[in-house]
Design a protein around this ligand. Structure first.
Ligand SMILES: Nc1nc2c(ncn2[C@@H]2O[C@H](COP(=O)(O)OP(=O)(O)OP(=O)(O)O)[C@@H](O)[C@H]2O)c(=O)[nH]1
Length: 482
């Protein structure tokens, strides 16, 4: 993923600076030049990058800093803040409330990923307990309704559309009315993205908006347009009351950084980013956690959110207890695998942990890793309770390993490899013993600690990762291969 490369380059530049014995003007200049290069490669506007450099230089006046000051910390904090500034639109968007009907209208050019994103948005909220519904008001593109129907059916989301009716306004109004009666709390209206004339497209959007009175209009744009995002977002904002933006295809485009910063410049908040074609390749966009993850500094609130999403409420204290106890059995590993598979793309989940980076798992390896986890689980299905509940690896003698391999139809080598992986995770977990995990909405103990680590920079993070074991080690466990 291109963004992971950008994050990797910036954190490497910071790391190199941290490794220097003395931080002088030359070291700072080299570090800032590296960061500038990385941002320009990601298509961030030249002026923004120059401003960022100037601001950092202003904040970090090495000559004025007394010897006692931690220059590394100050520089890292300044880079973090300036990156946030580039990506921050400065105002939050309207957020629909669960249980109260909201109409959300999606607009955007054809091919931007609008229809796919409507379903992703519905699916995301459905997982959080909402009752979403989809309305297809795109009567221009033949096949638009079929596409939405197919996506909605797959995600088990109610939908509305028509093959006969050619008036998008009528479909939108009928669909919204129907789903309001059915007590849906998030009614999503997908509109057309193509017209013979641009003016006609904007007029149609305006009419649908006037008739359905959406609580929020979301503009969907493809990240590959880079800095041109500014003009496109402005043009849409002038025609309808765009309240938020979703930037798609962040998984494959070198211009992703440019699109995000250009949208922010229009003062339109980006609320989600699309990171792939699949339903769950969709991430909340929140500037600080995003920059934090970009730099491999983790996002605990996002991580905890994921846990709260997939683990039933009544099992959460038990899971958190197990995670912090350090007594790591194969059964616990099995349960964790179940959770990981439910959480969505592995690289997305891991990039929320400090010290990990999406860069550690190349995009193509995602499927392999999922398959690998499933294979491990099949092997564990052939184990006895005694084996699953033991935390002593010695119990696994040759005859047990042979039996598990036979029972699961896998090779002895693969079973051994699974045990090796288990031992590595057990070692990491034993280092995590005693770590306090925050409860939902309470990011106090651990997250404050983590924030301090973020701000404290790589030194703090490295020591944390040393305590936990290496990130590469853990990725090695999941990162594809046989
Ligand atoms: N890689 C990647 N592909 C995406 C993403 N979002 C959408 N796509 C793909 O982009 C293509 C176009 O998406 P659609 O949802 O059909 O586009 P649309 O904007 O609704 O098009 P119209 O309905 O004609 O207006 C499809 O092949 C999607 O699978 C994303 O985040 N990443």
């Amino acid at each position: 993923m291109v963004l992971a490369q950008l994050g990797g380059s910036i954190s490497r530049a910071l790391q190199q600076m941290s490794n220097a014995t003395v931080i002088d003007e030359k070291v700072l200049k080299e570090c800032l030049n590296e960061i500038t290069r990385a941002l320009i490669q990601a298509d961030v506007q030249f002026k923004l990058v120059c401003d960022m450099q100037t601001n950092i230089k202003k904040i970090v006046n090495l000559e004025d800093l007394a010897a006692g000051h931690n220059k590394r910390k100050i520089i890292q904090q300044a880079v973090f803040n300036e990156l946030c500034k580039i990506l921050d639109a400065g105002k939050p968007s309207f957020t629909p409330k669960k249980g109260k009907p909201s109409v959300v209208m999606f607009v955007g050019l054809q091919g931007s990923g609008k229809t796919t994103t409507c379903t992703k948005y519905a699916y995301y909220h459905q997982k959080k307990g909402w009752k979403p519904a989809l309305v297809c008001a795109d009567t221009f593109r033949a096949g638009a309704f079929d596409q939405l129907k197919q996506n909605a059916t797959k995600a088990k989301i109610p939908f509305y559309g028509s093959y006969m009716e050619s008036d998008p306004v009528k479909i939108a109004v009928d669909g919204v009315e129907r789903f309001k009666k059915e007590n849906c709390d998030l009614i999503i209206v997908d509109t057309s993205g193509r017209h013979k004339q641009e003016a006609a497209l904007f007029e149609e959007m305006r009419q649908v908006s006037e008739a359905t009175k959406p609580d929020l209009v979301i503009f969907v744009m493809d990240s590959s347009i880079g800095q041109a995002a500014f003009d496109q977002a402005q043009a849409f904002k002038q025609s309808v009351a765009v309240g938020a933006v979703i930037v798609t295809k962040m998984d494959g485009h070198a211009k992703g950084g440019g699109a995000l910063s250009a949208v922010a410049a229009t003062k339109s908040p980006v609320i989600f980013i699309g990171t792939g074609e699949h339903m769950d390749e969709f991430e909340v966009f929140d500037v600080k956690p995003f920059v934090s993850r970009l730099l491999g500094m983790g996002d605990w609130s996002g991580f905890m959110d994921k846990i709260h999403e997939v683990v039933p409420m009544d099992q959460q204290p038990e899971l958190l207890q197990k995670l912090s106890e350090g007594n790591f059995t194969l059964r616990i590993m099995y349960e964790q695998f179940q959770h990981i598979l439910k959480m969505g793309p592995i690289s997305q989940v891991f990039s929320m942990l400090p010290g990990f980076s999406a860069e550690l798992m190349p995009k193509g390896r995602e499927k392999e890793s999922q398959a690998k986890i499933k294979r491990y689980m099949t092997m564990m299905d052939s184990m006895t309770n005694e084996e699953l509940d033991s935390s002593h690896p010695k119990i696994m003698n040759e005859s047990r390993i042979m039996r598990i391999a036979r029972g699961s139809g896998r090779q002895v080598r693969e079973v051994m490899e699974m045990f090796e992986g288990y031992k590595r995770l057990a070692k990491i977990r034993s280092k995590m013993k005693g770590l306090k995990f925050p409860k939902k909405g309470d990011m106090s103990a651990l997250s404050r600690n983590m924030n301090a680590q973020q701000i404290g920079g790589m030194g703090g993070l490295q020591s944390l990762m040393k305590q936990m074991g290496s990130a590469k080690d853990m990725m090695g466990m999941f990162g594809g291969g046989n």
